[in-house]
Ligand binder design. Sequence first.
Ligand SMILES: [Zn+2]
Length: 166
Amino acid sequence: MKVDAARSALNAVNPDVAIVAVHKRLEDFSAVASADVVLDCTDNFATRHAINRACVKHGKPLVSGAAIRFDAQLMVFDLRKKDAACYACLFPEDAQVEEVQCSTMGVFAPLTGVIGAMQAMEAIKLLAGIGESLNGKLQVFDAKNAEWRSVRVKRDPACSVCGASR
Ligand SMILES: [Zn+2]
């Protein structure tokens, strides 16, 4: 299974780290309640929104990354902070978006490595309280032209997910 492969690979690098592999489909994301930081590495909007809702509910920092073809996005939603935007402030749940998944559209392989490493970096920074995170700063990377853009994202007071709860 994927989780066993991940655990083996991580223990090969860090043998002293205790890794709890959860062998089940996370239906309600209640496990988020006991997390210190959450990394969203999934490839569809339904799961992304479910993870975001759980992070808003439990006030957990969310490190979100996505890559498709030659384009990638990276952002931190530090939901420990009252004024932090959530994923739905950026991509409303009821928005009509065309679902494009890397499994069907393909992704430039090194790009997932770049974004994954940056997600790990932001997660460690959040856990250790180092520097300034990408909270509220959407990073958009165009790999074909080697261009990064940074877009400020503010919390939407009318957001259907975090607007009423805080
Ligand atoms: Zn929101």
